[in-house]
Design a binder for this molecule. Sequence first.
Ligand code: HEC
Ligand code: HEC
Length: 385
Amino acid sequence: MLLLAGVIDQTSLTPREQLGLRLFFDSSLSEPAGIACASCHDPRRAFTGNNNTMIGVALGSRSDQFGTRDAPTIMYLATSPRFGTVERNGKRVPAGGHFWDGRADTLEEQARQPFFNPVEMNNADPSALIAKVAKAEYADAFRKAWGESIFSNPESALDAVVASIAAFERTSVFQPFTSKFDHVLRGQAKFTEREQRGLSSFTLPQKGNCAHCHSVDVASRSPQKSLFTDFSFRALGLPRSTRIPKNADPAFVDLGLCERVPVAGVTLPVTAAKPAVTDPATCGFFKTPTLRNITLTAPYMHNGFFDNLRDAVAFYATRDTDPARWFPGGKKFDDLPARYHANVDVDTPPYQRRAQQRPQLTNEEIDDIVEFLYTLTDGYQPKSK
Ligand code: HEC
Ligand code: HEC
């Protein structure tokens, strides 16, 4: 069964990209059958969706099998760098890779994981998955694109599956650059006064300073320079989400980057055991996501804590000035063991304020930023003159 593939214009796709699309929407590739990549990455929600849960994290192919993270948008990843470091303000900071913890370097490596993740598509091994692909209605097209004998070796067939998906993910379907923001950059639309004020608060270091991590280049007419992320990793000290079933166990914490296990060439990386902490100074770090299409992608943050975009923005302004608003009893950073609290960013504006100080953003400035964020939704139709 193909879910939702109809909402995408397929006419400009190459045969391999089209195969990627068909694999992406094929809900017979899970164990048991029923969910596809598109179940958690729905094109109508900028490729997010969590398989329709309301608890901030995704449900897998088996009932009651929930993951521990929110499915991020998978748009605007075509130029995402491999995991490494970038220089910010004279310091090297970790950046790049896919997933909230950067554990896959390429879209191909990334696509190998959900098929075998027990809380996602749950296939036992490549043979089990490839047997399903070989029975799909696009199996002939697959042979045509990848060779008559492609299904005889499950490992090579898996390489072809993930290469097709990655090719599809690199098409303009996933990076259309058709938001109002993009039209304004190209001189084809104008911001309202409110949106313009929001953009200023978004970029100004003494206001939101959002662009410090969610990069923009408004001086360039090329929207590719404004991906609204520098792919860097930071610890924001988010509140613990009581909606995540696994969080019922107080011993369970999602430490992010420091538990990252690189997966190059590995087919079945997902193990039940938690990996060891590598660099403790990066515990609590998660990847900065793009803010393009952010109004379509609720809930927000790696743990899906915020259902509402305004709350996510307000958190930046008042995390430190009014911690009781976000942390029960005012106990800050309650989703991280105390020994890692020093990793939380308390220097980068707007995070340098202290309790009882005035927040760096007024309520009106928060509203302006949210208004500006609405201009990042693709599919904007400029008014004809
Ligand atoms: C059950 C829900 C679910 C399914 C099914 C699923 N994903 Fe995801 N996806 C997620 C979650 C949750 C994350 C974040 C996981 C993490 O960071 O550890 C994610 C992350 C990703 C990312 C990384 C985005 C980034 O930040 O770089 C990509 C790309 C992606 N998925 C593509 C796919 C593809 C391709 C498939 C099908 C083969 C798929 N997903 C199937 C839930 C799902
Ligand atoms: C120091 C770097 C940094 C700054 C400054 C920053 N962000 Fe973020 N932002 C991040 C990181 C890292 C995440 C992901 C955190 C996580 O999930 O643990 C994030 C996540 C978000 C999200 C949720 C995205 C999603 O897909 O779930 C929103 C919305 C957001 N930021 C908006 C803003 C706004 C608005 C500002 C300015 C007021 C801002 N950010 C300033 C680093 C930053």
